[in-house]
Design a protein around this ligand. Sequence first.
Ligand code: SF4
Length: 291
Amino acid sequence: MAMISEFVTNPAGTRFPTIMLEDRQGFVRSLRPNRRVVRFELDIFGHPLRIGISFADRPAELAELVPMARQITDRITRLITRNLNFSGRKIACQKGCAHCCYYLIAVSTAEAFCISNAIFALGAQKRRMLIRACCIAGRNTIASIAQNPTTGQDTDQMDTLQNLSDWYSNLSLRCPFLADDCCQIYEYRPLVCREYFVLESSKPCAGDCADSSRRVNIPVSIAEILAETCCKLQGADNTVILPLAIPYAYDNPDDARRTFPAETLVRTFVETLCDNIYQNISNVEMTSFQL
Ligand code: SF4
């Protein structure tokens, strides 16, 4: 799998990705006046979070949305955890705790391509280890699908998702990227992993992903917004379970390399974010929008 990223270089030699998050001072735009930026402000539980997405006027792949989406997710979760800490609530998640790495993780196609690109860019030894772990996990998952009790049942979507989660947890298949209870792709881990936090104690997480009472409520899920963005852009309702991300990217090289104008990618992402905020979420609102 080739990894193709487009960058522009400013006169000082700094390299910029086609799509990236602006820093707080609008630094990127001032250095590259030929770039454009979409700015908006999220209200996260009463706290403003200003976001600026800067993009160059050229084509980009779906995977190039992912670093920007990760940065937005990290800013949202940082703000939420800081506020929880101020109010005396304790986040239980910490390095070495990996109960949630046995849950069913679904990623958007953009993330499947991006994670696959990152793994193929690793050194040979780590790359081989992770690809082998993915092959084993993928094979075990597929072998277990035939025993899935939900197959063929006439249930509504929420029931099906819950049944799928329960079924997957019962398989006790750990994430292929987990070794020694640590994430081996921490820098590139999926958005859903970044958005998952529990309060007080992580002990009840073992084996019970249905208990959402201690889960920190993230008012806007960038993971879901990116997945919806990919569905709109690709015209297909595709999400990929994490153990199959590499095989999916390998089997769909044309989709991985397909390019869109960067403006189309950014516009679709921001419009999807707006739609979600207005339809489903009361704690977040778009206060300004410029392009
Ligand atoms: S990608 Fe990392 S954090 Fe996410 S489930 Fe796998 S091991 Fe855990």
